[in-house]
Design a protein around this ligand. Structure first.
Ligand code: FVH
Length: 283
């Protein structure tokens, strides 16, 4: 028989997780603060627990996907977790994950960072970062794999959150740039969908190709200066990005921090270097 699983939290993500476990044949007990949420899970065979304590008692593997850290703490507070493996897939900071590990006495703790939206769960492109108890991860890897590709990043329970936050930070930076570009083109009534498909996506895809070189430069700084687009040149041109946004009536708030960092890099003598120098500056 497949490992029985409990899912605490039936928001959009918790529901997707429960659905994936049920579809893969795991006996699945679910609990949610507001009863009756996601009735489609009943059709798939979910067992509804009335209390979180009842839900935890039903399975050796307890997956938690609630709103924030305090929600998880309040929900688990006072429950008997002895002998359970608790997998917390709620978004947390590294310190919150370590704190939660310390409070789940008697249980093995794994913290997770879901790198997917709900519709991707159970599909080929989703992955979930895990850190914490290595033995628990080994034992339950087959069950966790029905959700998304499991990626174990280390025994420190806070590591998955650190990786998760790094990837989310990169995502928001990317979205911020794309959103500014669309606002700018919108100010000239350029159709957004066509601009995105024909120019924005090819441009961003080509530029993403330079990220591995940035990472390589960070690990092995080049002995000579920039091979192509030095920071002094970029800082000089960056004024045009701000001026154009203002002239078009678009708030440059998403662009300003990068311009300030470029100026700082040049002022502190890094003008002949490449973009990896900016990483060293903020670190
Ligand atoms: N959805 C997404 O795209 C992202 C993908 C990456 C991971 N995140 C994180 O997953 C956590 C849950 O997200 P969600 O999308 O399921 O969120 P909601 O649909 O808003 O559901 C929230 C659940 O939390 C329950 N809840 C809220 N407050 C309390 C409370 N005080 N006590 C007990 N439960 C609480 C809520 O219950 P209810 O409102 O239905 O009673 C939902 O079950 C989250 O950390 C994301 O950052 C999702």
């Amino acid at each position: 028989m497949k490992t029985p699983v409990t899912v605490l939290g039936l928001g959009t993500m918790g529901t997707a997780l429960a659905r994936a476990f049920l579809s893969a044949g795991h006996p699945t007990t679910v609990w949610n603060r507001t009863p009756g949420r996601s009735p489609e899970l009943d059709v798939l065979g979910a067992v509804r627990a009335v209390t979180a304590a009842e839900a935890v008692a039903a399975s050796p593997l307890v997956v938690v996907c609630l709103l924030v850290d305090t929600t998880v703490r309040d929900t688990l507070d006072g429950l008997d977790l002895t002998g359970k493996v608790v997998v917390n897939l709620t978004n947390t900071t590294p310190d919150q994950a370590r704190g939660l590990e310390a409070t789940t006495a008697g249980a093995a703790y794994l913290d997770g960072g879901i790198m997917a939206v709900p519709a991707m769960i159970g599909g080929p492109h989703a992955f979930i970062l895990y850190s914490g108890d290595a033995q628990a991860f080994e034992q339950h890897q087959p069950a966790l794999a029905v959700l998304a590709r499991p990626v174990y990043v280390g025994a420190d329970a806070g590591l998955a959150a650190l990786y998760d936050i790094a990837l989310l930070s990169a995502m928001y930076g990317m979205f911020g740039g794309a959103q500014h570009a669309l606002a700018l083109m919108g100010s000239a009534q350029v159709p957004a969908a066509e601009f995105t498909e024909q120019l924005l996506l090819p441009w961003l895809t080509a530029m993403l190709g330079s990220v591995p070189r940035m990472a390589a430069d960070l690990e092995n700084p080049p002995e000579t200066g920039s091979a192509g687009s030095n920071l002094a040149m970029q800082a000089a041109a960056y004024h045009n990005l701000i001026d154009t946004a203002e002239a078009q009536g678009v708030d440059p708030m998403l662009l300003r921090p990068m311009g300030e960092l470029l100026q700082k890099a040049v002022a502190s003598g890094h003008g002949d270097e490449d973009l990896a120098a900016l990483i060293r500056l903020i670190a």
